[in-house]
Design a protein around this ligand. Structure first.
Ligand SMILES: Cc1cc2nc3c(=O)[nH]c(=O)nc-3n(C[C@H](O)[C@H](O)[C@H](O)COP(=O)(O)OP(=O)(O)OC[C@H]3O[C@@H](n4cnc5c(N)ncnc54)[C@H](O)[C@@H]3O)c2cc1C
Ligand code: SF4
Length: 339
């Protein structure tokens, strides 16, 4: 049994002070990832600072610039079912509801979702080498059973994927993450929040350990007319994505004025290829053009022994999801909420 102390912070300054004063102190929000990692002996702490009682960061509210702010401590379920999100950012609603289970979404917070760790089997198995768990020890997945691993942006040190669904929609929407730390506040564009493994695979993101996420901003444009989130997985509920695609279009008749395609389950961070989105811009919304965009995206894929199926699966998922985005009410299995 590992003992730890537990306190409830009343405000952000108090929470940051406690965590920055002691490297052995961590924030806890819903606890749905942190406590699992602790039980597996993958994280250690002497003290927990619970952020749930901090007022002012549980809201979903419209901003004066036309965008919307998601409080970091709002629950994933509250966010997905909030009328503003359902009406203005249905892509985000769909992505959140494709993740985990109803019970977990009721506990999990928006801030915690960004910081969940990989589901690589070897990361969880402390008897084998893993550079993410123990830097410099090696990567057991590269020559191991790598079926669920990444095909984009990998390094010789790590081929794990980032498992979130919510973050794939946030990446497509160009969200911004607001954080607070001992040095004050700062904002990170979503594309810069998570990291590729490179030679520092133990670092998942660019948040400093003593910084707290306070909110996530969505720009005004929510793509509420033409969007789709498709999640392909081994079973249709309570499973992480093998491949997921968040697609959003702004259309003028049959012409695409703006296009977003973000992928999950295939990289160490939500994966976007701007060249493919630029190709679609001012082009017709046709299967042929969606296939070309998918080809542009997968040309950089690098597969390993057991995950080469992901290359073709990703290509087909992109095309299928682009077609579904033309008619968002299309109800296919990947568009249904996880039970
Ligand atoms: C069985 C199971 C299935 C799941 N399936 C899916 C799925 O299909 N798709 C999906 O997207 N997710 C899935 N999840 C992951 C789930 O969404 C995350 O566990 C959850 O979002 C984490 O949020 P939390 O509030 O519980 O974070 P916590 O567990 O409380 O914290 C996670 C980490 O973030 C830190 N932290 C928390 N809040 C903040 C903050 N505001 N600022 C700074 N640091 C913070 C904590 O210190 C900790 O390191 C699943 C989880 C489980 C257990
Ligand atoms: S892929 Fe990454 S997380 Fe998995 S064993 Fe290799 S280093 Fe560890």
């Amino acid at each position: 049994m590992n003992n730890f102390s537990y306190t409830r912070a009343q405000n952000v300054i108090e929470a940051v002070q406690k965590v920055s004063a002691d490297a052995d102190t961590k924030f806890v929000a819903g606890g749905t990832n942190l406590i699992d990692l602790w039980k597996y002996n993958l994280t250690h702490f002497g003290a927990l600072v619970d952020v749930n009682a901090i007022e002012g960061y549980h809201l979903i509210e419209e901003k004066s610039d036309g965008g919307v702010r998601l409080g970091a401590f709002a629950k994933n379920a509250e966010t997905a079912y909030h009328p503003i999100i359902e009406n203005r950012y249905p892509l985000l609603s769909r992505a959140i509801l494709a993740g985990a289970s109803a019970q977990i979404r009721n506990m999990a917070t928006n801030g915690g979702n960004l910081l969940q760790r990989t589901r690589c089997y070897y990361f969880y198995d402390s008897t084998v080498p893993c550079n993410k768990r123990e830097p410099g020890s090696g990567c057991s997945a590269i020559k191991g059973y790598n079926r669920i691993m990444a095909i984009f942006g990998t390094s010789e040190n790590c081929i794990a994927v980032f498992p979130s669904d919510m973050c794939i929609a946030l990446a497509a929407l160009d969200a911004v993450v607001n954080v607070s730390g001992p040095g004050g506040e700062r904002s990170l564009p979503f594309a810069d929040f998570h990291r590729l493994p490179g030679d520092t695979p133990h670092l998942d993101n660019n948040l400093n350990p003593d910084e707290i996420i306070t909110s996530i901003d969505l720009p005004e444009k929510g793509f509420s007319k033409n969007y789709s989130y498709l999640k392909l997985r081994d079973r249709n509920s309570y499973a992480f994505a093998l491949v997921s695609v968040a697609t959003a279009f702004e259309l003028d008749g049959d012409v695409i004025k703006d296009a977003r395609i973000a992928l999950g389950g295939v990289a160490h961070k939500p994966w976007r290829v701007k060249q493919a989105e630029e190709f679609l811009r001012d082009n017709m919304a046709s299967r042929e053009n969606f296939e070309t965009a998918a080809e542009i995206i997968i040309k950089d894929a690098v597969a390993y022994e057991y995950n080469s199926f992901k290359v073709e699966l990703t290509k087909r998922a992109i095309v299928r999801n682009c077609i579904m985005a033309l008619n968002p009410e299309t109800q296919l299995p990947g568009a249904q909420p996880s039970a």
